[in-house]
Structure formats: C-alpha cells, structure tokens
Design a protein around this ligand. Structure first.
Ligand code: PEP
Ligand code: MG
Length: 314
C-alpha cells in the first residue's frame, strides 16, 4: 500500500469488501500493552507471559502474577480482548524457576506446555493469577498454551483453563498440531498459529541460526500447506484461527493468510498499519487467489512473486 493509503488507514481490520480480520498486538508487559492499547488494534493476540519473568530467580506467587497480568489486561477493557499465553519457558527463553537444566537439545526438550504439565502447581498458579486479573479488570481474556503436540495435551489444558471460566486455546507451532487441527478444534475454543516455531520444526532449522534464513521462512511451501490445513479446519469448525508469528507482520503474506481462512493476525504494533492498509486495498476474492498462488508455488521466491502479481492486479 502506498504512503497515502497508509496514512488514511485507521482500522478496524477488514478487506476492501468488508470481511473483518481482527488485527491484534503482540505484547510483553504492562508498558507494551499500554502503548498497544493506544493503537488501531482490537486487542492482544499474544501476551508472552514468560518475558515478564526472564530475570526472576523464584516463581512469583499467584497474587503477584495477578498484579502483573492486570497491567496488561487493564488497558484492553470494553469490547477488546487479550489472549494470554501460559509460560513458554525453555529453549530460546530459559526461565530460572522452570527450565530443565542440561538438556542436549532444548528446542526438542521439556519446554512450553510440557514444562507446565511437568510441574502442575506452576500451571495452576499461573491460571489462578490470570483468572484473578481477568476478574479484577473485567477484560475478556482467552488463554492459550505454547508447544502443544497432541490432542490429549490440548484437552487436558482446556479442561484446566475452563475450570477458571476462561476461553481455552492452543498454539499450532508443531507440525503434528497443524495436521491434527480438526481434532484439536473439537477440544479447544480457538487456535493460534505460531509461525516462528512452526517454521523451525517443519524445516528442521533453528530459528536463531542466521545462516539458515533461507529455510526459516514462513513462505516455504511446506509451512504454507500446514497453515492452510489449520485454517481450513477452523472454517469447518466455525472457530477462530489466528496467526501470531512473524508471518502476520508481512503485508503480502497476511493477505494470503486471510485468503486461506485465517480470522485474526497478531503482530508487533509497528506492523499493524502496513498490514491493515494492505488488507483494506484488496477484496476477499483477491486474498483467496493470493492464497492459491502461494500454495501452488514451488519455493518462497516463486510464492512471493506469484502473490505480488495477484495483489497488484487487484
Ligand atoms: C511463534 O513461535 O511463532 C510464536 C509466536 O511464539 P514465540 O515467537 O514466542 O516462540
Ligand atoms: Mg513459539
């Protein structure tokens, strides 16, 4: 979208012909939530709770967690909502009071939801803190788990979240979760695709390795196929399927994701305006053709060229 369209765009997220797409912010703490709340977003699609605890030696009590989470939920009262992710400790985000020491291969180790299940008190205290913050602020609060591999994990997590009266979802970051999206949606209320890890695990390429950047690219056809499977399952189930990884911040890819059936995009605040302006410039039919073009390409470069052609033709 050109400079003028960018300046003119004020939200909310929708295609040129009026299909709503929720544009949400990724936040890390109360300060980033307060800035995001002043922006053109309908809520928070990813609150990375582990980032609140990177410097902590000991686990904060449920009460202290409630205070911290209230600082994030508070600015999003009214008709907005916040998706809180439970602790994603381990691998690239070591948390002193949770992470397993000495794993040979931490990206494939006890991390994310696996850690929370490994220490059930940890998950229960975090859910109590989230529920207390939701109650205190009155903000609509959804809770999702990171690094979910099986339907049984999703069902167990959803049961615990719903016991606190909150909406429950899981992230799709492991190829198994994408392939089982249909079954996952039978036990949860929503899915959110974490394209950073989904790409890492699909391509067997470390997301931190700069010399593997050609592989850690969400435009890789295999990654796009898994996203499409997940979005299709969401359409059939009539449930929300969002994207909250870096892919959501790429305006061209965002249009293709919407064409696949993705209903929300969560990103760094700075990306919301370019993505919103791109979606406002194209119809749903164009998004669907962009999705088809991307899914038919043999590599990321061809996918980008094909989607650019579809979007600029309108
Ligand atoms: C992801 O993996 O895409 C994601 C959104 O989670 P994080 O980047 O925090 O691992
Ligand atoms: Mg992740």
């Amino acid at each position: 979208a050109g400079r003028e369209a960018l300046d003119r765009w004020t939200g909310p997220g929708r295609t040129a012909d009026g299909t709503p797409v929720k544009l949400l912010a990724n936040v890390a703490d109360g300060a980033s939530a307060t800035s995001a709340a002043a922006g053109p977003v309908e809520g928070v699609g990813l609150f990375r709770t582990e980032l609140c605890f990177l410097n902590r030696k000991d686990e904060p009590s449920a009460e202290e967690q409630a205070d911290i989470y209230s600082g994030v939920l508070g600015p999003f009262g009214g008709d907005r909502y916040v998706v809180v992710r439970t602790l994603d400790a381990g691998s690239d985000k070591p948390i002193a009071f949770a992470t397993h020491e000495g794993e040979e291969n931490p990206a494939l180790g006890v991390r994310g939801l696996r850690l929370s299940f490994d220490n059930p008190g940890l998950l229960e205290r975090q859910l109590a803190g989230i529920a207390a913050a939701a109650e205190r602020t009155g903000t609509e609060t959804w809770v999702m788990a990171p690094m979910v591999a099986t339907v049984a994990e999703a069902a167990e997590f959803a049961g615990q979240v719903r016991a606190h009266g909150l909406k429950a979802g899981v992230m799709v970051e492991i190829p198994s979760a994408a392939l089982l999206a249909h079954q996952m949606l039978e036990v949860v209320d929503f899915l959110s695709i974490g394209t950073n890890d989904l790409t890492q695990y699909t391509m067997a390429a470390d997301r931190m390795a700069t010399d593997l950047a050609h592989l850690t690219d969400a435009w890789q056809p295999a990654v796009l196929q898994l996203i499409a499977i997940t979005a299709e399952a969401g359409k059939i189930a009539g449930k929300s399927v969002g994207v909250c990884g870096e892919a959501a911040a790429d305006p061209m890819l965002a249009a293709a994701l919407v064409g696949m059936g993705i209903t929300s995009l969560s990103m760094a605040l700075a990306a919301v305006r370019p993505v919103g302006a791109q979606l406002a410039a194209v119809t749903m039919d164009t998004c669907e053709r962009a999705a088809e073009a991307a899914l038919g390409a043999v590599d990321p470069r061809a996918a980008r060229v094909a989607v650019r052609a579809v979007l600029s033709a309108g």
